[in-house]
Write a protein that binds this ligand. Structure first.
Ligand SMILES: [Zn+2]
Length: 505
């Protein structure tokens, strides 16, 4: 038995003015063939696939197609999309026929001319495979599931958690589902319901009992515990995606039970619709948040969540809104903040450690929502921002944000990297020689995922209202392509689900 595996992972933010290119994928780490199997055996969804497949008594041969990951960012260029499709399709064509394909996808990637990248890729693979070879794909919880994706996959298996601490386990769930199709003869029936709503990410913490998301995680896990349900997922989509099919979705895959699939799908969709307002949270203006952090830091670390400039939501990561406030105060212990600024890294590295740098910082990668800040800093350290990420988004995931520096102004320490990455991870600050949990205040460029690392150790977490490419109040920004009506842009008086059913052809 021969099973091919591959990955295409990027979350696109169409507000980020910087295009995503082939280079972004290559810098993150493209792998093919045997090298993919070797290096990804313990990493994220691919690791989950590989470990699970290796436990099968049938001992299937695992074929590595391609691992194509890039950090969240702007719209991919046309050439990048063509290259990604050709990588996966070319790798499959180069193989003798396979018995099944397992793909790890994000599900919210957009390219110039192709707003539904994953749907188009699944379609291309399906055309090559024909209708009878199982094609199973895992997805991020913020995927934008489309009818095209449903049409061409036998089953879609989304993450259940935010922060995304189940990436590896989702890979295992995808492989386990495939085994039921291949070995047990299960016949997948997938019910799919698009829901005309988009919610902010800030309050969607599935690990917090007080969050509405906690309830949905439990519901999904209870459904999957039923033997006749192969997979259940609820994707609340990432909001900063101006595409024609934007919206949340529910998928329920059963073993040949269309009534059960449809009933549970409709029930979940109705529940999400009815509880949509619970996702709307209170955010604190920047000035107030920083003043509050100064008061609260006496009790320990205060984390300021900067969702608007969240690099893991595809923002450029060089907003200065919080930095501008932080430098106004005298912090008893370090105040830590990050910035993506390759030109600053280069300049500071050339100046050298101990030298003063005078000049603008930030507000370059995106010039609409943030302006450069004029600041005198000392170059404290030059380092490479590379480490292994485990926690939100990663299990043993190698990260390399390139040459980086630490600049200091008073007790405000700026970690400046060449490339975007997890600008919330404690490992980033540690790589910079800083102690994140001993700081007065730390800015996490993340709407919710950062909580996996800080929820239990911070004395306080404050979500900041700021401007940027990934704002919590996204409906106040200009969208041109989204479907209408769509909540919260529009009130929709009486919405009712009517799931579509996808059965084996
Ligand atoms: Zn996500």
């Amino acid at each position: 038995m021969r099973i091919a595996i591959g990955q295409l992972w990027q979350e696109t933010n169409t507000f980020n003015p910087l295009s995503t290119t082939r280079r972004d994928f290559e810098e993150f780490g493209v792998l093919r063939g045997a090298e993919l199997i070797e290096q990804m055996a313990e990493v994220n969804e691919l690791g989950g696939f590989i470990q699970s497949l290796r436990r099968w008594p049938e001992r299937p041969e695992i074929i590595g197609l391609a691992r194509l990951p890039a950090w969240p960012g702007g719209i991919a260029t046309r050439e990048t999309f063509d290259w990604l499709r050709d990588e996966l399709l070319g790798a499959l064509r180069a193989q003798p026929p396979v018995d099944a394909v397992l793909l790890a996808l994000h599900g919210a990637m957009a390219a110039d001319g192709t707003p539904d990248v994953e749907g188009s890729i699944l379609q291309a693979l399906r055309e090559h495979l024909g209708p009878r070879v199982p094609l199973v794909a895992t997805l991020d919880l913020h995927a934008n599931i489309t009818p095209l994706m449903v049409q061409h996959a036998d089953a879609l298996v989304p993450y259940h958690t935010v922060p995304h601490i189940d990436v590896f386990e989702t890979g295992e769930r995808g492989a386990a589902l495939l085994r039921r199709l291949l070995i047990d003869g299960a016949r997948p029936v997938m019910a799919f319901q698009k829901i005309p709503l988009v919610v902010p990410a800030e309050r969607a913490n599935t690990q917090d009992e007080a969050s509405v998301s906690f309830y949905f995680r439990q519901r999904l896990q209870q459904l999957e515990a039923q033997p006749s349900i192969l997979a259940a997922g609820l994707t609340t989509v990432q909001p900063w995606l101006d595409v024609p099919e934007l919206g949340s979705a529910v998928v329920v895959v059963t073993d040949n039970d269309p009534v059960l699939a449809k009933t549970e799908c409709a029930r979940l969709a109705t529940e999400l619709w009815e509880r949509r307002r619970e996702y709307l949270g209170e955010l604190i203006p920047v000035e107030d948040a920083v003043r509050e952090a100064l008061r609260e830091q006496a009790n320990g670390l205060v984390v300021l969540g900067d969702g608007a400039d969240a690099t893991n939501s595809g923002s450029p990561g060089d907003s200065t809104h919080i930095l501008k406030e932080l430098v106004k105060y005298d912090w008893p212990r370090p105040a830590l903040v990050t910035l993506v600024a390759p030109e600053v890294v280069l300049e500071a590295t050339q100046l050298g450690v101990g030298r003063q740098r005078q000049g603008p910082l930030g507000g370059v990668r995106d010039q609409r929502y943030s302006q450069p800040l004029e600041l005198t800093t000392e170059v404290v350290r030059c380092f490479t921002a590379s480490f292994i990420l485990s926690g939100h988004l990663g299990k043993n995931l190698p990260i390399d944000m390139g040459l980086s520096v630490v600049l200091r102004h008073g007790n405000v320490h700026l970690v400046v990297t060449s490339r975007p990455g997890p600008h919330f991870a404690p490992q980033l600050f540690e790589a910079a020689g800083l102690e994140p949990f001993a700081a007065s205040v730390l800015v996490a460029k993340s709407p919710c995922g950062f909580r996996a690392a800080y929820q239990d150790r911070a004395s306080k977490i404050i979500m900041v209202r700021s401007a940027g490419c990934a704002p919590a109040d996204f409906w106040r920004y200009e969208y041109r392509h989204i479907p209408r009506p769509l909540w919260p842009w529009d009130e929709i008086p009486a919405w009712q689900p009517a799931p579509i059913l996808k059965t084996l052809s």
